[in-house]
Ligand binder design. Structure first.
Ligand code: GCW
Length: 720
């Protein structure tokens, strides 16, 4: 609108009319394709793209066609000219196998070597025609290339001398939806599930296609439709028909569908007396079920399973191992090319062992016992998607079993639906952490990329998507969906460069917007850690909903559900001793990591209280005591939110009013909640350590009783 005011009156009218048609409600995500306002730039692209020759005739070709129409016509404001022969300034798009030999024979050789989902994008002269060639090794690869190309135009990048070749570094790049069949979403903060099971398979919500487009645009190639806390009904034939409808829609976008399998389904659905994985009837039941699924969905991805974890049934109910459990399902899907993803998120209420140690203890001894089509899915840290955790010691510890990363995109422990927290930074810290498992440089990312089976590598993200018009509740939640996809494609990318791209695609190419929003995003995770769980603290959230602080909680039936289990604060100090004098969880890491994390002097401060119980008066590297330092972190967190608000306000005139207001209102909530976290935490620690507040530290606004009295019976996303 700002630009329009200096142009002719008639044009303003057109612009405002268009604005009303396309309210900036965030629905379009990063695929906005608004007309490039700069005339010279638009003319430049129009000249480079006189025509498009599309050689891919697969179902994906149709998707490519439609995306190019949407993208190019939107960005350039002209109709795409389709041409079925070579011409000047042409975008030639094809797929390996359908690529005519006369078009750049040298390219054919390169194509041979290209991994299945890769693509080549190159500016060159073919038979005297200057063209841009875009070739994928498969239809999905071509589609990825098309999105890449459109994003270049969206970001106003030059098409001169483009020579780009890319293929994903991980093979399975998936979203895990914790969506229930009644459309509630466990840990979902953006409305209800987008899967309208009741109306499926006949009613196909147009949103499904926009979901597929968004995922394909960032390389996601798998979706687990249902919650890991699984309902057996999804495996019933009427539900399988509904699943088939979604699988058919997603196929042209290169996206496979997966389901969660409830381990006790043979009993609940098959009416067998047991779900013992070694019982022949159970084995047969799973084989039959797999055949039934594959008859409908020939490219069905496979099963994701949460077993013997937080009350879910599993093989241990029958005194069998996790490998026995995974293998029965793996055998069932193996004839059809399916896989099983078995979660390592297990801990027992019976075991007095440190929860952080249990997954490793359970799974590492099973290395070598899983079928070849099984992956074990490991959360990024050893506890549970906390604001910050050290990397999970299982990465690099299993040499015969493919391990897959599980990140949480939905912000269960990171401000849920109302806090601006860019998770790219969290994921980068984990991916770039050095496990030293096979010597220096064995980063977590490398362990994922170089697992025992090059075809079974992957990353999963627990989705933050719901029926909210802008998909993710908080507009900046979109950045986390986007960043997850980009990192699953290439875990070596930097969080900052991904943020930069997202900002350009989502808001603007203007330098001031890019700089301001990038700084907001890049500081946002540390800010959140500061006001919630600084210095390596973890799991201090209130019971059940995990919304807000509850460090005082000590009365839950399972010890490891209580925050006091994690912080271990007493009059003397605070933190969990996980060194040899304590639980020795540190012993699960490589020696070099132990040498660093295991020593209170060498341990990076951000993990200090994760590994050590430290006296309140201990002097930190900064020269302040631990207590002073803790209070400073809380204040830095609150100040960080204030800075975000000032930064956002400074670019008010550069952001459309609708999205500006959405974010501004959310930041107001975040500011209030950051203060709440700070005050409640300081009030509680004081009640334990009896210390005065360090000079210059404001007292909490209320007393501890007040914070303890707050209740949120209807907070969203609670476990059913
Ligand atoms: O983070 C915890 C959540 C549970 C979730 C569990 C898991 C799906 O609080 O809601 O259950 O992890 O990952 O299985």
């Amino acid at each position: 609108m700002k630009k329009a005011t200096c142009i002719s009156f008639g044009f303003i009218w057109i612009v405002s009319f268009t604005f009303q048609l396309h309210a900036e409600d965030g629905y379009r995500l990063w695929l906005r394709y608004d007309r490039i306002e700069n005339d010279d730039l638009r003319t430049y692209y129009q000249k480079q793209l006189e025509s498009v020759w599309l050689l891919d005739t697969s179902a994906t070709g149709k998707v490519i066609h439609d995306e190019l129409v949407r993208g190019l016509e939107g960005l350039l404001g002209t109709t795409v000219h389709w041409e079925n022969k070579l011409g000047d300034h042409q975008l030639v798009i094809g797929t390996r196998g359908q690529w005519p030999a006369f078009l750049a024979p040298s390219l054919l050789k390169e194509l041979e070597a290209l991994p299945r989902e890769g693509f080549i994008l190159r500016t060159m002269v073919v038979r005297d025609h200057p063209v841009i060639l875009l070739v994928g090794a498969s239809p999905a690869g071509t589609l990825y290339g098309v999105f890449h190309f459109l994003q270049m135009v969206q970001m106003h990048q030059s098409l001169e001398g483009v020579d780009h070749q890319e293929a994903p570094r991980l093979q399975i790049r998936m979203l895990d939806h914790w969506d229930n069949l009644d459309r509630t979403v466990e840990r979902g903060y953006a409305g209800f599930s987008i899967w309208d099971w009741h109306r499926l398979p006949d009613y196909l919500d147009p949103r499904y296609l926009d979901y597929a487009r968004a995922n394909a645009s960032i390389g996601i190639n798998g979706t687990v439709l249902t919650n890991v806390n699984a309902n057996h009904l999804i495996l019933r034939s009427d539900y399988l028909d509904k699943v088939k409808a979604l699988a058919d829609l997603f196929r042209p976008y290169g996206i496979k569908v997966y389901l969660t399998a409830r381990f006790s389904a043979p009993v609940e659905l098959g009416h067998l007396p047991t779900a013992d994985p070694l019982d022949p009837r159970v084995r047969q039941w799973w084989r039959d079920k797999a055949a039934e699924i594959y008859a409908r969905i020939p490219d069905f991805g496979g099963f994701l399973v949460k077993a013997n974890s937080e009350g879910q049934p599993g093989p241990q109910n029958y005194h069998r191992s996790h490998a026995d459990g995974a293998n029965v399902l793996a055998d069932a899907v193996q004839p059809f090319g399916g896989i099983v993803i078995w979660r390592a998120f297990v801990y027992s209420d019976k075991s007095p062992e440190d929860r952080a140690k249990q997954a490793y203890q359970e799974f590492v001894p099973l290395d070598g016992q899983f079928r070849h089509n099984v992956l074990v899915q490991v959360k990024n840290g050893p506890i549970d998607f906390q604001p910050r955790e050290p990397f999970h010691p299982m990465f690099g510890a299993m040499h015969k079993t493919p391990l897959m990363m599980e990140f949480q995109i939905t912000q269960e422990y990171l401000g849920q639906g109302t806090h601006l927290v860019y998770l790219g930074s969290l994921w980068e810290e984990v991916l770039q952490a050095d496990t030293y498992a096979s010597g220096p440089g064995t980063t977590v990312a490398r362990t994922l990329e170089q697992g025992p089976d090059p075809y079974l590598t992957g990353m999963a993200g627990v989705a933050n998507i719901g029926t909210d018009r802008n998909w993710t509740g908080h507009l900046f939640g979109q950045a986390n969906w986007y960043a997850f996809g980009r990192l699953s494609w290439n875990p070596e990318q930097s969080a900052a460069s991904i943020a930069e791209d997202w900002i350009r695609l989502t808001f603007s190419n203007q330098p001031v917007v890019r700089k301001t929003v990038r700084e907001m995003m890049m500081n946002s995770w540390e800010t959140c850690v500061n006001y919630m769980t600084p210095l390596g603290l973890a799991h201090l959230m209130a019971t059940g909903h995990h919304y807000g602080p509850g460090p005082w909680v000590n009365d839950l039936s399972r010890p490891e559900w209580n925050p006091v289990y994690y912080h271990r604060a007493d009059a003397g100090g605070i933190g969990f001793d996980r060194t040899a004098t304590g639980s020795n969880a540190i012993g699960q890491y490589a020696q070099t990591v132990q040498d660093s994390f295991g020593s209170p002097e060498k341990c990076p401060e951000q993990y200090l209280l994760w590994f050590h119980h430290v006296a309140w008066q201990t002097t930190m590297k900064s020269g302040f005591t631990l207590w002073e330092s803790l209070c400073q972190h809380y204040d830095a967190g609150v100040a960080g939110v204030r800075h975000m608000i000032t930064a956002w306000e400074s670019i008010r005139s550069d952001i459309d009013p609708e999205r500006y207001d959405q974010v501004r209102m959310m930041l107001t909530i975040q500011q209030r909640e950051a203060l709440w976290w700070r005050d409640a935490s300081i009030a509680y620690w004081q009640s334990v350590n009896g210390l005065n507040l360090p000079p210059g530290t404001d007292p909490p606004r209320h007393n501890l009783d007040y914070y303890q009295s707050l209740s949120f019976p209807f907070a969203p996303g609670i476990k059913p």
